[in-house]
Write a protein that binds this ligand. Structure first.
Ligand code: GLN
Length: 293
């Protein structure tokens, strides 16, 4: 659609974004971001002309989207498990598949920690998210399970700053630690539930070029893609409470390898959960303890 020499109307701007190859919803999000309006407003005002500066800003965002930048970076936010999270190129864009890991954690949490025998009340479960990025997993768990004491780590100080900003906006209090996997934590800290969505894409995987706008640190450990998962499982026995669970997200074809790592490290009750596409996307195990439920 052409719109002569003047600035386009909202409808015309959206149509030219679509002609550029943008998904209609992405175009609506981008224009809504420029105008600070929701999609209902856009639709009901679609014959309104854009101010020249807005038309220019929108066209620039459309070019970047067409060149492959994730929508979440362009609008600065992403939805995850019912929360709106701030995201920047310092963090991986939260994926709907990772909600599988959160759902599994929320299913297990009411069973943790193992109830002490007798009349003692249950303590607050200690939850850990290793490599938290935007904070998606840690914040979703803390939001849904207020009794949980959630600690989140990341190697990247810039990522931790994004996660902490998200926690502030959501009014959630978490503990934070910077460092590589378990090295972020004092040696004697133990957890009832450990969660991680580590980098797991193998070096040279054909999907990597399409993910070039996201931090490579969060996507690939290099090699066969299992390096970070190996490090997490290897360090876990020193940090698990008896009866605690370790749940890991991994690649669609890594479930058997991760199950093997968990079994070799001494975990029991090893199980998988499928993602939205039906791939076994998460694998977890229980650290042996006296209070099996
Ligand atoms: N699930 C992401 C993807 O395939 C990868 C995330 C990760 O490596 N942890 O795009």
């Amino acid at each position: 659609m052409t719109h002569g020499s003047g600035p386009p109307t909202i409808a015309q701007a959206l149509a030219s974004a679509h002609a550029l190859g943008l998904d209609r919803l992405d175009a609506q999000w981008l224009l809504g971001h420029v105008l600070q309006q929701g999609s209902a407003w856009l639709i009901s005002h679609d014959d309104q002309p854009l101010a020249a500066a807005d038309a220019q800003a929108f066209a620039a965002l459309c070019q970047r989207r067409a060149a492959g930048e994730p929508l979440a970076y362009l609008v600065g936010q992403a939805g995850f498990h019912g929360l709106v999270l701030r995201v920047t190129p310092d963090v991986l864009v939260p994926r709907p598949d990772t909600e599988t890991l959160v759902d599994w954690a929320l299913d297990l949490l009411p069973t943790l920690p193992p109830a002490p025998s007798g009349l003692q009340p249950r303590g607050r479960p200690q939850v850990l998210d290793l490599g938290t990025g935007s904070g998606a997993i840690a914040l979703a768990v803390a939001h849904r399970q207020v009794a949980a004491l959630v600690t989140a780590t990341d190697l990247s100080p810039a990522a931790l700053a994004v996660a902490q900003a998200n926690a502030r906006v959501l009014g959630l209090a978490l503990r934070w630690a910077q460092g590589a996997w378990w090295q972020a934590l004092p040696p004697d800290t133990r957890f009832d539930l450990v969660l991680s969505n580590p980098p797991y894409i193998a070096a040279g995987d054909p999907h990597l070029p399409a993910l070039r706008h996201e931090p490579q640190l969060a996507l690939t450990p290099g090699g066969d893609g299992l390096g970070a998962l190996r490090q997490i499982v290897a360090g876990a026995p020193a940090h698990m409470q008896p009866g605690g669970w370790l749940l890991l997200e991994h690649g669609w074809d890594q479930a058997a390898a991760v199950a093997q790592l968990l079994a070799a490290a001494g975990f029991s009750d090893i199980a998988h959960r499928a993602d939205l596409a039906g791939h076994p996307r998460c694998t977890g195990g229980r650290w042996p303890g006296p209070n099996k439920q």
